[in-house]
Every structure is written in structure tokens, then in C-alpha cells.
Design a binder for this molecule. Structure first.
Ligand SMILES: *Cc1c(COP(=O)(O)O)cnc(C)c1O
Length: 424
């Protein structure tokens, strides 16, 4: 290994082409369910939608679930169901997927960002209370990369100030905090079944709650402001402002087939991660994912931090990260930057004008989205890369070993890289 040349410099890649198989695995159970749906008569909110809701709620330990056409729809339903309205404030981590925060704007409420904890990449609970004002109504707790947020202090702050908690579980299927599943801590939770997530139905999502009142309010947002589902005797009356966030039977059929395999998928990811973590231990300048005591991650995105100073590099941290990332990619290790911007930096928030005429910011107090207020989120953007597919089924421990070999090869040969040129 020591004398192997980096693939970036013309050597042979550590991970051969085709060694990493694609996500998600599809077999006859998916084909049978989807074909049965196709041959059925109800293609809208059909029997698979209703069965998927029951099965997912049971799987996660929630009383109720509503199938949606995306995780973002489920988040918006949560914001509305929790009573957030024009000018109200909702606490959101400064680093996440854009819709963890735009879902707040959808209901004319205002996101107030809180910096992350650099190690866990989740919201820093110690910084939440300073962001609470008289207008704060809720906290969106994002379980980023499948690692549960630190829920105990988050719930304590919520209780102290009478705030609702909406869990963004879009990456956190099966993740646990102190023995309890993500999606069971707050008033409600939102899951995504997009292509890349741990449960894929193409697109799609699920709203979960244990509270019947929250369920009923979310349902109105979900389907035209109506109080009954399409499976019930509808009166076609809009009782509130509703969207059309329902899912369809084909997608739900696919989702059900994948749900039946989800426990096995999560087990595979945990086994692969164990092998990879063992291979990456003690590499200078590389910090593999940190999983604090009491947290169970689903390994959705295996995100590492790198530190060039371990190799005497004193230039911009992003340049070191980029050079290492490029070298890993050349070795066939599919690392990438999941999200390059912190949320407050994004134009939609900087412009403070979502619906025209300054709306919804014109309803609230003045808020600052100055990026320098979120130094840990910013630092994270410049120093991380992550990967998803190599840890997932059908890839097994042999793939984890190959990937680990790729990491070792690159970090042993950092000196062969021209950081400023390769990382530019
Ligand atoms: C994927 C994702 C979403 C959005 O889910 P969609 O189904 O794509 O709408 C929201 N939050 C996080 C953290 C996500 O990863």
C-alpha cells in the first residue's frame, strides 16, 4: 500500500469501478407490490396509502401517520399544525437542508437560526434559549445525517418556554435517542422517502404524530382544507387553507415493499459502518462521525471532518478538504459535499422577501441572518465531506473494507498532493 501511487496522480484506484452497488436494492417483492397496485382500481389515495400509514406508524411506534408526497410537505404540515402563523418565529439549525427552514416560510412564519455543534453537526442546544423571543412558537429539531439531535435539553427549553417541537426526521429513519425512535419526541415528525433516503419510494414522505388534534390540523393542510380523507365520506368543503400534499398508491406500494426490508437495510449499514470506523481510527487529520453516548445513528450520511494543520497545512481549510476529497474520489471513494451553504447564507433568507412586498418578514420583528453569527456551521461547510451509498445495502463489509483502504491510502500520501493546486 505504501508504494501504491495515488489514483489522482495516475495510480490504480483503491476501489475498482463497479464495486459499489447502487441504492436502493429492488427485488420481486417491490415488483409484485407495485404491479398489484397498478392492476388495482384506486391509484390516488388507495389501499396501499392507507396500509403504508398503518405499517409505518406501527414500525416507528407512533399513533398516527399520514402519507405525503414529500418530506417537505410533512414539515409544512407540522409547522401549520403546531399553530405557527404570520410573523411567528420558529427555531431552526443554521445547517440543514433548505426546506427545514423554508417550510416555516410556507406558513408565513420566520425562521430564527441557531448555530450547530461542530462535532455532532446538529443544533447546539446551549444556544437555543438566546434565540427565543416572545414570538417564538416552535423548534424544528433536525436529526442530521441520521444522528438524533440532543433531545433532552431541546425538550427542556421547549417546555420552559411553552414551545412546540417539530422533528425533521427526513434523514433519521430508525435513529434512536436514549432508546426512543426519532419522530416520537416532539408534537410531530416528518420523514422523507426521496431516492437518497434510508427508505426510498422515489419521492414521498410521512407525517407522524401521537396527538389527535395535531393530526386533524395537519390533515387539513394535506388535502384541500378538508377534514376527511379521500377514503372517507367527503363533503368537499375547505375548512381551512389546504394544499394538495397527498401521495399516490403506486408510490405507497413501493414504499411498503421497502419498509418490509428497512430493518435489514439499517442492520447492513450499521455493520458496514463498524468496519469503516475501525479502518479510519487513528488517521491524523481525519475525524470520522462522532456518535455521542445514548445516540443511535442510522448512518444515513457518513460525514467526516478534516484538519490540514495535522499535516502542517496552514492555508484555507476548504482547500485542504477539496484536495483530499478529489484524491478520495479518484480512488473510487464517492465522497462529496452534501451542503455547501449554511442556511442563513441562502438567497431566499438573505433577500427577506418570499411572497413579495417583504412578506413574511414584514409581519415580524427584525431578524439578522448575518453568516458570521453561525461560526460552527460555517466551519463545518469548509471542512467536511460525506458519503451515503457505500454503506448501504446491497453493499457489504467487503465494500466497507475497500473504502477504508482508499481512505488509508490517501491519508498516508497527503505529502504527495499539491494542496493549493489540487484543492483550488
Ligand atoms: C431530504 C430532506 C428534507 C426534504 O425531504 P423531501 O422529501 O425531499 O421534501 C428535509 N429535511 C432534511 C434534513 C432532508 O434531508
Amino acid at each position: 500500500m505504501k508504494d501504491a501511487k495515488l489514483a489522482l496522480l495516475g495510480g490504480k484506484p483503491a476501489v475498482p469501478d463497479g464495486a459499489i452497488r447502487k441504492w436502493p436494492p429492488i427485488d420481486s417483492s417491490d415488483e409484485n407490490r407495485v404491479l398489484a397496485s397498478l392492476r388495482g382500481e384506486n391509484h390516488a389515495y388507495g389501499p396501499n396509502c392507507q396500509a403504508f400509514e398503518k405499517e409505518f406508524a406501527a414500525w416507528n411506534g407512533n399513533r398516527f401517520a399520514i402519507t405525503t408526497n414529500s418530506g417537505t410537505a410533512a414539515l409544512h404540515m407540522g409547522v401549520a399544525a403546531c399553530g405557527c402563523g404570520a410573523g411567528d418565529e420558529v427555531i431552526v439549525p443554521a445547517y440543514s437542508w433548505s426546506s427545514s427552514a423554508t417550510c416555516v416560510l410556507h406558513h408565513n412564519a420566520l425562521p430564527v437560526f441557531v448555530d450547530i455543534d461542530y462535532d455532532t453537526m446538529n443544533i447546539d442546544p446551549g444556544k437555543i434559549e438566546a434565540a427565543i423571543s416572545e414570538r417564538t412558537k416552535a423548534i424544528i429539531a433536525v436529526h442530521l445525517h441520521g444522528l438524533p439531535a440532543d433531545m433532552e435539553p431541546i425538550l427542556a427549553s421547549a417546555r420552559k418556554y411553552g414551545l412546540k417541537v417539530i422533528e425533521d426526521c427526513c434523514q433519521a429513519h430508525g435513529a434512536e435517542y436514549k432508546g426512543t425512535r426519532a419522530g416520537r419526541f416532539g408534537e410531530c415528525g416528518a420523514f422523507s422517502f426521496n431516492q437518497n433516503k434510508c427508505l426510498c419510494s422515489g419521492e414521498g414522505g410521512m407525517f407522524v404524530t401521537d396527538d389527535e388534534e395535531i393530526l386533524n390540523r395537519a390533515r387539513m393542510v394535506w388535502s384541500f382544507g378538508e377534514t376527511r380523507t379521500p377514503a372517507e365520506d367527503r363533503d368537499y368543503h375547505a375548512y381551512a387553507l389546504g394544499w394538495m400534499y397527498r401521495n399516490n398508491d403506486l408510490t405507497a406500494a413501493f414504499g411498503r415493499a421497502q419498509l418490509a426490508k428497512l430493518d435489514a437495510y439499517l442492520e447492513t449499514a450499521a455493520c458496514n459502518a463498524k468496519v469503516l470506523m475501525a479502518g479510519l481510527r487513528d488517521i491524523p487529520g481525519l475525524q470520522p462521525p462522532i456518535v455521542p453516548e445514548g445516540h443511535k445513528t442510522n448512518w444515513y450520511n457518513f460525514t467526516c471532518h478534516v484538519d490540514g494543520t495535522a499535516y502542517g497545512y496552514q492555508g484555507p481549510p476548504a482547500r485542504f478538504r477539496n484536495a483530499v476529497m478529489k484524491a478520495l474520489q479518484a480512488e473510487g471513494v464517492p465522497v462529496g459535499i452534501w451542503q455547501e451553504f449554511i442556511l442563513p447564507e441562502m438567497t431566499v433568507f438573505q433577500a427577506q422577501n418570499a411572497y413579495g412586498h417583504g412578506s413574511p418578514w414584514n409581519y415580524g420583528r427584525e431578524l439578522s441572518y448575518e453568516p458570521s453569527l453561525f461560526p460552527m456551521a460555517r466551519k463545518h461547510c469548509d471542512t467536511h465531506f460525506g458519503m451515503t451509498v457505500p454503506l448501504r445495502a446491497p453493499n457489504d463489509e467487503s465494500v466497507a473494507k475497500l473504502v477504508s483502504t482508499g481512505f488509508q491510502k490517501v491519508f498516508e500520501r497527503i505529502g504527495d498532493l499539491d494542496i493549493d493546486a489540487h484543492g483550488a
